[in-house]
Ligand binder design. Structure first.
Ligand SMILES: [Zn+2]
Length: 141
């Protein structure tokens, strides 16, 4: 049985979630639905840092912005990859909102995909990818 992690938007509780139940997942603490897109969750910097601390598998993050055309094309592919690559936790981070995080990671171009393991960056890929390329990136770590 595979699992992923999510931070509740309402109470900030960390949740370990069975991937086959993600569609109907609710927070174990406050019962608020967990808003997954596929198995991708939009996270704030605070939620992201929490995930890095609790996740026992790599965390792959798509850094994007609403004005970015390639980001819009990449989003659905990233989501598709999340459904078949359950060996990582998939998150999206809006660079327009989380500017400090994007700045501290030195992100210049978007979309930018970064894989973190044990809280540290281990892989970075600039530009849009298709779902298979996202999976290859994860397999290369
Ligand atoms: Zn909650």
């Amino acid at each position: 049985m595979s699992h992923t992690f999510a931070i509740c938007k309402k109470c900030q509780a960390a949740n370990r979630i069975q991937t086959d139940k993600a569609k109907d997942a609710v927070c174990g603490k406050c019962k608020t639905p967990i808003p997954f897109h596929g198995l991708v969750m939009d996270v704030t910097t605070e939620e992201f840092n929490k995930l890095l601390r609790i996740s026992d598998k790599p965390v792959i993050a798509d850094f994007w912005a609403s004005w970015c055309g390639p980001c819009k094309m990449y989003g659905p592919e990233f989501e598709k990859a999340s459904l078949t690559s359950t060996d990582a936790v998939f998150v999206k981070i809006n660079t327009e909102v989380e500017m400090n995080l994007s700045g501290s990671l030195g992100i210049r171009g978007i979309p930018c995909t970064i894989v973190f393991k044990d809280g540290r960056e281990i892989k970075r890929q600039s530009g849009a990818m298709n779902a298979d390329e996202v999976k290859s990136l994860l397999h290369s770590i």
